[in-house]
Design a protein around this ligand. Structure first.
Ligand SMILES: [Zn+2]
Ligand SMILES: [Zn+2]
Length: 210
């Protein structure tokens, strides 16, 4: 369990979105510097940026659905999952595992950058895409953190909090999206039951400021 692995927490998790941002700064600066290394049109750059946003939103859904909840035979993979996402499911009050750390952010962000670079052979376009993935990733980390922070009574945060906490408390095999519902709707894991779901007093106590 994560509580017994402080070193894992140090490298694979972040305490809150501010620490995520601090870890992202060198990557953001690198990608911004690489933006100056080309002469593509703004339109092309904007397209790659938006593609990066969409790609990360799907990646967020896909890893949650097809990786975090799968029971692997490999003990090391299971140990890792039980130290993070599955651990998060069983220990909602351990806020240390809500956000990802360096060893998750950097390999993934650089992997996505590299894939687009190998397709386009263009560091500028790959960096537009990279900034899109980082932008959506940071948005996701904020949403996930604040979903577990306090009860929201209106707007987007109320809707997405119900959507995500329904996944936690009611159906682990539905509503894998943490920020949008579109991938659940398209891929058959959407459950509208979250609309009637209300947080009990015990559930509220499991929020950071419950
Ligand atoms: Zn959660
Ligand atoms: Zn889950």
């Amino acid at each position: 369990m994560a509580t017994k692995h402080p070193r894992l927490l140090k490298w694979f998790a972040s305490g809150n979105p501010f620490f995520v941002l601090l870890k992202l700064v060198p990557l953001i600066l690198l990608f911004c510097w690489l933006l100056t290394k080309g002469e593509n049109s703004h339109l092309k750059g904007a397209f790659l940026f938006i593609l990066g946003l969409v790609t990360w939103s799907f990646f967020e859904y896909a890893t949650h659905r097809w990786f975090y909840h799968i029971v692997f035979k490999n003990k090391k993979v299971m140990w890792f999952l039980e130290a993070f996402h599955l651990y998060h499911h069983h220990n909602l009050t351990d806020y240390r595992v809500l956000n990802a750390g360096l060893f998750l952010i950097y390999p993934l962000a650089l992997f996505f950058w590299l894939v687009v670079f190998l397709i386009t052979f263009d560091v500028q376009l790959a960096s537009c895409f990279g900034l899109g993935t980082l932008g959506y990733y940071f948005f996701y980390e904020n949403v996930h953190y604040f979903i577990h922070y306090k009860v929201f009574t209106s707007g987007y945060m109320k809707f997405i909090q119900k959507y995500h906490l329904y996944h936690h408390y009611r159906k682990w095999n539905k509503n894998f999206g943490n920020t949008v519902t579109i991938w659940d709707r398209l891929l058959g894991t959407y459950d509208g039951g979250y609309k009637e779901f209300e947080l009990s007093e015990d559930m509220k106590k499991e929020l950071i400021h419950g």
